[in-house]
Design a protein around this ligand. Structure first.
Ligand code: 8X3
Length: 286
């Protein structure tokens, strides 16, 4: 009897000890599991395709570094997504190389282990003949769509090269594949993105980095409001009498690109609404 009680006391103590160790192990494994989640850095995360991608990545347990100029929107997005994944926000202007360097290099070491870079920031400014075009608009498009993408990539790519892995998703446009009247400089900037995607792939594949170029057609986002400087009537007309894409459609494609097996690389994706057949041809109901 005494032996049984002694054995019970001993086993209970031992069991608790095992339980305690087990709990510690579990916590440790949980921490590793959390840290094993991929990290994605998304530029232009405060609206449209960037925001939709951030939300979809969060649902898919990808930790996020969200970049944008509008701090309130970044904060709101962080509050919404933090219950799902770790979120770090960085407010800066991608067109300003000093800010880009300062903010990105200021990241804590663990956040520099970026697995996915989504170069999404950019947009169109103005839609007019070259002779009527504004130099200020041209500079914005070249600064954000081309130089901004290069500035961010210049900081992030060496971190990926060091880890011998990574995925880069460059958001181009059908405008990068087909030049249209009144959009010469926007088209030139997106052709630049196409060339950069090809060049990155040539130079980065040997380092284990995959590069995907995503070229959407008509997506109903703030894109046209920005292009037409807040003229809602003009912006709405772009998406009238057909069903345009929404940001979520492009986010789905981006998620597909980052979820393919490691031996697969989606080099290029062009996505149109069902009613669109090239950059300027859309079949409208009236
Ligand atoms: C896609 C929009 O107007 O160039 O970037 O087709 S558009």
């Amino acid at each position: 009897m005494i032996t049984h009680i002694g054995f019970f006391m001993l086993s209970e103590k031992f069991g608790r000890k095992i339980g305690y160790c087990y709990q510690k192990e579990l916590n440790f494994l949980f921490k590793i599991f959390i840290d094993m989640k991929r990290i994605a850095l998304i530029t232009g995360a405060t609206s449209g395709i960037g925001e939709a991608t951030a939300k979809l990545f969060a649902k898919n347990k990808i930790n996020l570094i969200l970049c944008g100029r509008r701090k309130e929107r970044l904060n709101a997005l962080m509050s919404e997504l933090s219950p799902m994944v770790k979120v770090r926000i960085l407010s800066f202007d991608v067109g300003d190389n000093i800010q880009v360097n300062k903010k990105l290099n200021g990241l804590e070491e663990e956040w520099k282990n970026i697995d996915i870079l989504v170069n999404n920031a950019g947009g169109a400014h103005g839609l007019e003949q070259f002779i009527d075009g504004s130099i200020e608009d041209w500079e914005k498009m070249i600064d954000y769509n081309v130089k901004g993408l290069l500035y961010v990539s210049k900081v992030v790519i060496p971190w990926m090269v060091k880890r011998k892995k990574g995925q880069i998703i460059n958001i181009s446009s059908i405008a990068g594949k087909q030049t249209y009247s009144n959009g010469m400089v926007y088209c030139a900037s997106k052709s630049g993105v196409e060339a950069i995607s090809k060049g990155m792939r040539l130079e980065l594949v040997p380092h284990g980095i995959r590069v995907s170029n995503i070229a959407p057609g008509a997506v109903d986002t703030e894109f046209s409001m920005v292009r037409f400087k807040g003229d809602k009537e003009k912006a709405d007309k772009v998406y009238k009498n057909f069903q345009p894409l929404i940001a979520q459609d492009i986010a789905d494609c981006i998620l597909y690109c980052v979820n393919v097996p490691p031996h697969v690389q989606i080099a290029d994706m062009t996505i149109f609404p069902a009613a669109q057949s090239d950059a300027t041809t859309i079949s409208r109901t009236i």
